[in-house]
Write a protein that binds this ligand. Sequence first.
Ligand code: TRP
Length: 330
Amino acid sequence: MNKRILTGITTTGTPHIGNYLGAIKPALELAEKYDESFFFLADYHAIIKNSNKVEIEESVKEVALSWLASGLDPNKSNFYRQSDVPEILELSWILNCVTAKGLMNRSHAYKAATALNSSDEDKGISMGLFSYPVLMAADILIFNATHVPVGPDQMQHLEMTRDIAGRFNHSYKKTFELPEAITQTADKIILGQDGRKMSKSYKNIIPLLSSEKVLKKSIAKIVTNSLEPGEPKEFNNCSVFSLFTHFSSEEEQNELKESYKNGISWGDAKNKLFKKVNEHILPIRDSYNSLNSNKELINDLLEEGSSKVRPMAKELLSEVRESIGISKIS
Ligand code: TRP
């Protein structure tokens, strides 16, 4: 059995350093170790929370370019848009029919959304949001992925995928592998400007694809305490230091620790951080800019990507249809 790694990225918002360090970079590293890799743009997941057409279009482009600019090789990894593989939606419906509503009621994402409501708990909750984990299960199961790198917030969805796959296998025929999650450890959590996890929902992001000037500005906005230059500073629980560790060697980190002890100013510390981040991002930014001027190429790449994976999806789906009794009358 081939080891297949698969992960999807919801196309909302503009990619940030947290997406890069927490998802893109580790996934590309993992791709080297697995027999096959599948990376896709989860654009049907994106419309669950965003109904702004322009924002969706923009984000699909930015996310696609971020992956390519960060080194995704479309000859080695399968790279496609979820919406270009309609078999995923077909499987999603079939899986909806074997998924217990009670299982979906327990979804953290759904519960968090209802918790914000007071009198009418269903206010603003679409069926898309409610059955989001089923679509995610279809994304994974359509290619029988064996390993799925996900953030800690997606662990529950992966459990649900296993549950749904198990139910299908049990009710019909063993069709699906139960995928395993690959998660990062807590020290890999990337902190945003306000010290919380970097996330578009917290509006605390440092963008990946911005100009040098914007990058500098967003690093300058990292919240620090009010210690003056000359006063010793603590590097533990410091967002500036924490971000620095992701872009530097141990030696460089020790140097910065020493500077903290010696009372480096926050301005200088942020400047050191900016230099390291900028140095790292430079080739990504260049590659992004050149790809950005050739949109035909991106569209072609994505089209090729889906035409490579669709035959696999079709094959699995026809097996599934056969198993459930949706086949030729005999
Ligand atoms: N729900 C995931 C997120 O928001 C994105 C996603 C969609 C995904 N389908 C997937 C991740 C399948 C892994 C596997 O981060």
